[in-house]
Design a protein around this ligand. Structure first.
Ligand SMILES: *[C@@H]1O[C@H](CO)[C@@H](O)[C@H](O)[C@H]1NC(C)=O
Ligand SMILES: *[C@@H]1O[C@H](CO)[C@@H](O)[C@H](O)[C@H]1NC(C)=O
Ligand SMILES: *[C@@H]1O[C@H](CO)[C@@H](O)[C@H](O)[C@H]1NC(C)=O
Ligand SMILES: *[C@@H]1O[C@H](CO)[C@@H](O)[C@H](O)[C@H]1NC(C)=O
Ligand SMILES: *[C@@H]1O[C@H](CO)[C@@H](O)[C@H](O)[C@H]1NC(C)=O
Ligand SMILES: *[C@@H]1O[C@H](CO)[C@@H](O)[C@H](O)[C@H]1NC(C)=O
Length: 246
């Protein structure tokens, strides 16, 4: 049985949770407690206080704001055109005493584009190739994970750390050696922007699948040929410059 079972709470413990600082202190609350917004976005902010009759109250910010509604103990604002990370403050004055509460505003850029590049796209068996995944303009980088996949197998995972303001984009690369079987599964890249710790959700982005074309595996070692020739003679392969699939 849990010590905090519903009926077992001693009266003394209940008293601890009741009526904090009702005589002197007053509190300021902001709703929401964190603000996560896409560039140029707008959000509603509600500033409220426990002070029964505040003399003054307001919102301190460099952003565009407008007071939409208010009550004796609260003000609701629309904060708009949010383009970069910032902090906004809510204040109230109660019996000559002023208090301030801050709210972190973070601007996020979703991973809209996930660009995957295989280099070279045609490669001889046994030769090196590189898989590169790039996500331009994504933010915050410290919430981003890029995963390179070959079929369903994860080749590598990368999480990022970034300066707060940066929107430079993120890149992950993987170096491999081509095997004939590599063309059985496509390569792809998945981007996850995990905004849960900031009051958001997980945003996903996926690249187009890409196939690595491996040639030369059927060449007999006794008949070495230049790669360009091998490419044309390997069964089941096509030259990369041939346009039509027919
Ligand atoms: C703002 O918050 C206060 C305190 O929680 C609440 O009483 C009030 O209804 C809220 N106003 C709006 C417009 O949501
Ligand atoms: C929105 O913010 C940007 C940059 O902060 C500014 O250039 C633009 O004029 C603002 N737009 C409006 C409608 O206020
Ligand atoms: C990559 O990260 C995800 C979760 O972030 C995890 O499920 C997966 O096992 C990781 N893969 C590798 C290859 O580390
Ligand atoms: C972000 O950029 C703004 C102006 O571009 C600057 O005022 C602010 O200090 C920067 N913040 C960080 C954490 O670098
Ligand atoms: C892949 O190889 C290139 C040189 O060919 C090197 O610059 C790069 O650091 C390598 N990347 C990884 C992830 O090993
Ligand atoms: C690989 O991706 C292409 C599209 O780029 C698709 O047509 C093909 O079926 C995929 N192959 C496999 C094995 O999933």
């Amino acid at each position: 049985m849990s010590p905090f079972g519903c009926w077992g709470l001693p009266a003394a413990l209940l008293a601890l949770f009741c009526c904090p600082g009702s005589r002197e202190g007053f509190e300021i609350r902001m709703y929401p407690e964190q603000l996560l917004v896409e560039p140029g976005g707008s959000k509603l902010v509600n500033c409220s206080t426990s002070c029964a009759q505040p003399e003054a109250g307001g919102l301190e910010t460099a952003l565009t704001k407008s007071l939409l509604q208010s009550g004796p103990q609260w003000n609701q604002y629309l904060v708009s055109n949010i383009s970069q990370d910032t902090v906004i403050y809510c204040y109230f004055t109660c019996f000559g005493d002023q208090k301030l509460k801050s709210l972190d505003v973070s601007v996020f850029y979703p991973p809209k584009q996930v660009l995957l590049k295989l280099q070279p796209a045609w490669v001889a068996a046994g030769r090196p190739f590189t898989v590169e995944c790039h996500v331009p303009a994504v933010k915050p980088l410290e919430s981003l994970t890029l995963t390179l996949l070959h079929g369903k197998e994860a080749l590598c995972n990368k999480t990022f750390t970034g300066e707060k303001n940066g929107t430079r984009g993120a890149t992950v690369t993987h170096n491999g050696t081509a095997h004939r079987e590599d063309s059985r599964h496509n390569f792809s890249c998945h981007a996850h922007l995990d905004l849960r710790s900031r009051g958001g959700s997980i945003l996903h982005g996926v690249s187009e699948p890409q196939m690595l074309k491996v040639y030369g595996a059927f060449q007999s070692p006794s008949q070495p040929k230049p790669w360009g020739t091998a490419m044309l003679t390997s069964p089941g392969t096509r030259h990369p410059s041939s346009r039509s699939p027919e």
